[in-house]
Write a protein that binds this ligand. Structure first.
Ligand code: MG
Length: 353
C-alpha cells in the first residue's frame, strides 16, 4: 500500500517511509510508524472527537445516571468466521455486557496486540468491521492503544475492549434480583456462534451454513426498559452457553431454575453439528442472545417486544425460577424426564471469543 501524504503530517522527514503491507515491530514503537498506523487505519475508521484531540485520555461529558463499566479481551481463532470476525465480536462483546446491566452503552476503548507479520489489509478489515459494529450499537470508540509483539508470540491479533454506559433506569437489574415465580424468557435461537467457529475449525460444511449470531443487544434491551417492564435480570449467553449462565444466576440468587427442553429453539444445523461433535447446544456460546428474567405476568409482553426487536426472531418463554434447592438448574427433556443441568467441567472450546 502506498502511504497517503496526510499520514505523514507529523513527520519531519521529507520523504515518507512506506508503511509496507504487514505489521513490523516498528509499528508498536510509538514513533513515526505507529503514528502512521493510527493516522491511516484507526483515526479514519473510529473518527471521534476524542481521538482527533490526540490527548492521553478521552475527556467525556457524562450524562446523569449510574455508570456501568465493563471489559473483555478477544482472542478468537480464526479471526474471520461465518457471520462475523474478531472486530465485530470485540465491539458487541463489551456493548452487550453493558446492556445486561440495563445500561445504554456510550463509549468504548480498544487495545490491540498485533503480531509482527500481520497483513495490514487484515488489520484494516478488522478495524472497518469494528467501525460498523460501533455505529450499529451507537457507541463511540474514544480511546485506543496498539502494541506489537514478535512473530509467533500471538496469533495475528488480540483485541481488548472496555466500555462505559449510563444506567438511566432506577431499577437494579442483577442476578440478586431474581424472585420465585419469575419467568425465564430467551431472546432467540441458541448455539450459532460456537458452532460457526467449531464447524469452521473442524472443516464441517452444511447445506445451510451456520453463521454466528454476533449482534448488538442495544435495541431489544432499550425496548424492554422503555415498556416499563419489571425486569429483574438480564444475562447474555456467551461462553458456556445458556446452561452455564442459568447455573450462575441460580447460584447468585440462591434460588432454583427449571427449564423445558421442548421450548428451547435450536436451529436444525446447530443440532446436527452438535450431534456430530458430541456437544450439547445448551452449553454452546452465543454472541447475540440473552435471557430476560421478570415476573411471570409480564412474560408475554416481553416475548412480544423481543419478537419485534431481538436478533434471532424466535424468542421463547423457556422456564421458571423456583424456591430451591438453592443454585439448582433442572431441565425437563422432550420425553418428560428431569435432569440436573451442571456447569461445564472444562473448556468446551478454547479461543471462541
Ligand atoms: Mg456477559
Amino acid at each position: 500500500m502506498d502511504p497517503t501524504p496526510d499520514a505523514f503530517a507529523f513527520s519531519s522527514c521529507p520523504v515518507p517511509l512506506p508503511v509496507g503491507s504487514e505489521i513490523t515491530i516498528g509499528h508498536g514503537g510509538g514513533g513515526r510508524l505507529t503514528q502512521d498506523l493510527i493516522n491511516r487505519i484507526f483515526r479514519p475508521a473510529f473518527d471521534t472527537d476524542s481521538l482527533e484531540a490526540q490527548h492521553d485520555a478521552a475527556l467525556l461529558d457524562f450524562p446523569a445516571g449510574r455508570l456501568a463499566f465493563s471489559t473483555d479481551s478477544h482472542v478468537v481463532s480464526p479471526l474471520f468466521f461465518p457471520g462475523g470476525d474478531i472486530g465485530g465480536l470485540a465491539i458487541n462483546g463489551t456493548v452487550n455486557d453493558l446492556c445486561m446491566t440495563g445500561a445504554r452503552p456510550l463509549w468504548l476503548s480498544a487495545g490491540f496486540i498485533l503480531e509482527e507479520g500481520l497483513a495490514i489489509d487484515t488489520l484494516e478489515r478488522v478495524v472497518q468491521s469494528m467501525k460498523r459494529a460501533a455505529d450499529a450499537a451507537g457507541v463511540g470508540i474514544v480511546a485506543g492503544d496498539t502494541k506489537v509483539v514478535e512473530r509467533g508470540r500471538c496469533d495475528g491479533l488480540y483485541i481488548t475492549t472496555s466500555g462505559i454506559g449510563v444506567v438511566e433506569t432506577p431499577r437494579t437489574i442483577a442476578p440478586t434480583e431474581l424472585r420465585e415465580g419469575d419467568a425465564v424468557v430467551l431472546s432467540g435461537d441458541l448455539g450459532r456462534h460456537g458452532m460457526a467457529i467449531m464447524a469452521t475449525r473442524a472443516g464441517l460444511s452444511f447445506e445451510s451454513p451456520i453463521e454466528s449470531d454476533c449482534a448488538p443487544l442495544v435495541k431489544p434491551v432499550k425496548a424492554l426498559l422503555e415498556a416499563g417492564l419489571e425486569i429483574h435480570c438480564l444475562r447474555d449467553l456467551t461462553r458456556g452457553g445458556l446452561a452455564t449462565s442459568l447455573v450462575e444466576l441460580a447460584e447468585s440468587s440462591g434460588l432454583s431454575i427449571a427449564i423445558d427442553a421442548v421450548r428451547i429453539p435450536v436451529p436444525e444445523a446447530v443440532n446436527g453439528a452438535c450431534e456430530i461433535l458430541g456437544l450439547d447446544p445448551l452449553y454452546v456460546a452465543n454472541e447475540g442472545r440473552f435471557v430476560c428474567i421478570l415476573p411471570e405476568g409480564e412474560a408475554e409482553r416481553a416475548l412480544k417486544i423481543l419478537t419485534d426487536t431481538a436478533p434471532g426472531k424466535s424468542p421463547a418463554i423457556i422456564g421458571r425460577v423456583g424456591s430451591g434447592p438453592a443454585g439448582q438448574v433442572t431441565q425437563r427433556s422432550v420425553i418428560g424426564a428431569e435432569r440436573i443441568v451442571d456447569r461445564l467441567s472444562g473448556e468446551q472450546l478454547p479461543r471462541i471469543c
